[in-house]
Design a protein around this ligand. Structure first.
Ligand code: 3PG
Length: 306
């Protein structure tokens, strides 16, 4: 029986793992789990005889690929696959997939939730502010951006988006104002939500040139990878503007400096938790299991990213 390893340093909900097991078993595949591991050696040992691998943000580098001599497919149960060495996988003809959209709602809800939490003074009883009639700029209009726009409209916000890879009509059909020039997005948006993949082009892309354009009360909301934000720029804008605020799902490397100097103007989750809901775990986990079955039984390569 071919073994499919679910290696998650940050485990899925139990019910999601059970559902994944049922899908894999029905297709004649066995499931093995490695959860909450603290040392890479545990992963290297567990992948040895795996034919398929399901992961979250777990780092799959050359060493892991080398240790997994039977591996045919890796599915990143989630959107971002910057944690997988695609070159190393391709060199061994290992198919790499993600499960786009499956955890998007969870990430969008967290973004809005963090905005409300900071606006309401982290629920400490002090007067705060509301989102109604404020402007939201969505930088990157993919699955998460689309849902964010829906929620923000429901809250009475005016929504703008910038995404050179999405047809303006798709954005406009959602009642969102398309901004061709990214600078206009930052100029018009009191809140900017960054929803971009991390790659060589996007790393460090959100810089002082953009952030300093934001109107009074400018708040950057990052539920993407921290590498997309140029941290030197964030510190510079924090110092120059007493109204600037920063919300991020996972703390930036410059967290200590921000915490020391800019009290009440930031919120960082202690651990990346955008996709940490039972629904997102189930959606992404089951999709990953189905994609493994589809590839191993029929060669279906839908959602291949390498
Ligand atoms: C993603 O890329 O899908 C999200 O960042 C979620 O990552 P996680 O599965 O590690 O929580």
């Amino acid at each position: 029986m071919s073994k499919i390893l679910v290696a998650t340093e940050k485990p899925f909900a139990k019910s999601a793992v059970e559902g994944m097991g049922a899908i894999l078993n029905e297709a004649g595949l066995s499931i093995d789990t490695l959860e909450k591991y603290t040392d890479k050696s545990e992963l290297l040992e567990a992948v040895k005889d795996a034919e398929g691998l399901i992961i979250r943000s777990d780092k799959i580098d050359q060493q892991v690929i080398d240790a997994a001599q039977n591996l045919k497919i890796i599915v990143r149960a989630g959107a971002g696959y910057d944690n997988v060495d695609l070159k190393a996988a391709s060199a061994r003809d290992i198919v790499v997939m993600n499960t786009p959209g499956q955890n998007a709602n969870a990430v969008a809800e967290l973004g809005i939730g963090m905005m409300i939490y900071l606006n309401r003074s982290q629920f400490n009883g002090k007067a705060g502010t509301e989102l109604r009639s404020k402007t939201l700029g969505i930088h990157g209009y993919g699955n998460i951006g689309k849902i964010l726009a829906q929620i923000a409209h429901g809250l009475g916000m005016k929504v703008y988006a910038h995404d050179p890879f999405v047809e303006p009509k798709i954005i406009e059909d959602d009642g969102v104002i398309n901004e061709k020039d990214v600078k206009d997005l930052y100029k018009k948006s009191q809140y900017v939500s960054v929803n971009l993949p991390a790659n060589d082009k996007t790393k460090g892309m959100i810089n002082a040139d953009l952030l300093s354009l934001m109107p009074e009360g400018g708040t950057l909301v990052n539920t993407a990878r921290k590498e997309i934000i140029d941290e030197e720029s964030v510190l510079k804008v924090f110092k120059e503007r007493s109204d600037f605020r920063y919300i991020s799902d996972i703390a930036p490397d410059c967290k200590d400096e921000i915490e020391k100097n800019f009290e009440g103007r930031f919120y960082f989750t202690p651990k990346k938790m955008g996709a940490q809901t039972m629904e997102a775990n189930t959606n992404a986990g089951l999709a990953a299991a189905r994609q493994i079955v589809g590839y191993l039984s029929k060669g279906d390569k839908t959602f291949q990213v390498n």
